[in-house]
Design a protein around this ligand. Structure first.
Ligand SMILES: C[S@@+](CC[C@H](N)C(=O)[O-])C[C@H]1O[C@@H](n2cnc3c(N)ncnc32)[C@H](O)[C@@H]1O
Length: 367
C-alpha cells in the first residue's frame, strides 16, 4: 500500500513486527499472542485518521480511549501529543498483540486491553479511570482481518466461515447452520440490505441439508447462484457476507452501547469522534448525536422545563468524508464518514434506543 503523503500526526507509520512484551497489557493471556514473524499484521492505513484525531483535539495530560486499536494508527497519532495517555481497546487479540511495541515505546502512556468497546467504562474503571477527555472509534472490520483468509471474512479468499473479530461466540458457520430460513432472510436483508435476501436464505437452507456450509468459498458459491451481478458491479456475495459479519459480531448493538458508554465517561468538553463505513453504522451515530444534541432527547414527554439538556454539542453538522487523494490511496475510504461531538456539562441522558433487528443470542437459541 502506498505511503500517504502529508499525514501530519501520522508521519511515522506502523511498526513492522509485533511485540510480545507489553508491560501494560495485563488483561489478556500473553502466550496466546505468540506469532511467527510471518503472522505480522499487514500495514493498514487509518482512514480519516488525521481528521478523527484533530476532532479529538488531544492535549497534554488528557486521557483518551481508542476503542478500535486495530493497527494502532489513531493511538500512535494521539501519543504524538506529549503527556497524553491512551487506553487502546480491540476485541481482536492479534490487533492487541501487534501493539506491544507501541506499548513499550510509549513510556507507560499506552495501555492495551482485549475487550469489546461497549465495555469501555469497565475497561477504564479497571485502570482506575473514571472520566476521559476523548473517545475515538473507527468501526468495522480492519484490512488485516479482511486479508487473512483464516479469519473467514472474505469471499475472495477461501477459509473457514468464521468472521469473528474476537475469540468468543458463534461463528458465521454456526449461524448459517442454525438460523431459521426466516431469521437468515431478515439478517441478510437488514444488515446486508440485500434485495434478494429471501432467495439467498432459501438457497442456504437447501444447501445445508446436503452438506454443512463451513467455508467462505462454499457460501460465496451458494449466494452467487441466486444473486447475479454484472461485471462492473460488486461481487454477488458482498452483501450477504457483510450481513453475517455484522450479525456475528453484533456490530450495531456494540456501536450504540459504546456511544452510550462514551456519553457517561466523557468529561465536559471531552470529544467523541466516530468513523463509520456504511450507512447502517452512520445512521446509528447520526441518530444518537441528534438525540443527545438537542434538549429533551432523554424525556420528550416531560414539560420543557423538566426536559434533559443536550449532553453533546455536535461539531460536524455534516459528516466529514475522505478527500480524493485519500480515496485514491485507499479505496475503502470512499464510504467512510466521520462525525464528532463535544460533551456538554449536562448529565448523561437516560433513554436508550431499542432496536428490533435480530439478536444473535435469540437466533442461536432458535427463538
Ligand atoms: C477499521 S479497524 C481500526 C483501525 C485503526 N483505527 C488503526 O488506525 O489501525 C477496526 C478495529 O476495530 C476492532 N473492533 C471492531 N468492533 C469492535 C468492538 N465492538 N470492540 C472492540 N474492537 C472492535 C476490530 O477488531 C478492528 O481491529
Amino acid at each position: 500500500m502506498p505511503e500517504r503523503a502529508n499525514l501530519g500526526l501520522f508521519g511515522r507509520d506502523l511498526a513492522d513486527r509485533p511485540g510480545y512484551s507489553g508491560r501494560h497489557a495485563a488483561v489478556f493471556h500473553r502466550q496466546a499472542f505468540e506469532m511467527s514473524p510471518d503472522d505480522a499484521p499487514v500495514r493498514h492505513v487509518p482512514v480519516l485518521g488525521r481528521e478523527a484525531v484533530e476532532a479529538l483535539a488531544p492535549r497534554d495530560g488528557g486521557i483518551y480511549v481508542d476503542g478500535t486499536f486495530g493497527a494502532g494508527g489513531y493511538s500512535r497519532a494521539i501519543l504524538k501529543v506529549p503527556g497524553t495517555r491512551v487506553i487502546g481497546i480491540d476485541r481482536d487479540r492479534t490487533a492487541i498483540a501487534g501493539g506491544f511495541d507501541l506499548v513499550d515505546s510509549s513510556g507507560g502512556r499506552l495501555t492495551l486491553v482485549e475487550d469489546r468497546f461497549s465495555n469501555l467504562a469497565d475497561v477504564c474503571a479497571a485502570q482506575g479511570i473514571t472520566a476521559v477527555d476523548g473517545v475515538v472509534m473507527d468501526v468495522g472490520v480492519s484490512s488485516m482481518q479482511l486479508d487473512q483468509s483464516e479469519r473467514g471474512f472474505s469471499f475472495r479468499l477461501n477459509g473457514p466461515l468464521d468472521m469473528r473479530m474476537g475469540q468468543d461466540g458463534p461463528t458465521a458457520a454456526d449461524v448459517v447452520a442454525k438460523a431459521s430460513e426466516t431469521d437468515l432472510a431478515n439478517i441478510i436483508y437488514i444488515f446486508g440490505e440485500e434485495r434478494h435476501s429471501r432467495a439467498v436464505a432459501r438457497a442456504i437452507v437447501a444447501a445445508r441439508k446436503e452438506a454443512p456450509i463451513t467455508t467462505t468459498r462454499a457460501l460465496a458459491d451458494i449466494v452467487s447462484r441466486v444473486v447475479r451481478s454484472k461485471p462492473n458491479e460488486i461481487h454477488p456475495a458482498t452483501r450477504t457476507f457483510q450481513a453475517l459479519r455484522i450479525f456475528v459480531n453484533e456490530e450495531l448493538d456494540e456501536l450504540h452501547a459504546a456511544l452510550v458508554a462514551a456519553e457517561q465517561m466523557l468529561k465536559p468538553g471531552g470529544r467523541l469522534a466516530v468513523v463509520s463505513f456504511h450507512s447502517l453504522e452512520d445512521r446509528i451515530v447520526k441518530n444518537f448525536l441528534n438525540e443527545r444534541g438537542k434538549r429533551g432527547g432523554g424525556s420528550r414527554h416531560l414539560p420543557e422545563v423538566d426536559q434533559a439538556l443536550p449532553s453533546f454539542e455536535i461539531l460536524t453538522k455534516r459528516p466529514i468524508v475522505a478527500d480524493d487523494e485519500e480515496v485514491a490511496d485507499n479505496p475503502r475510504a470512499r464510504s467512510a464518514k466521520l462525525r464528532a461531538a463535544a460533551r456538554t456539562d449536562a448529565p448523561a441522558q437516560s433513554e436508550t434506543a431499542s432496536f428490533d433487528w435480530p439478536q444473535l443470542a435469540d437466533v442461536m437459541r432458535g427463538g
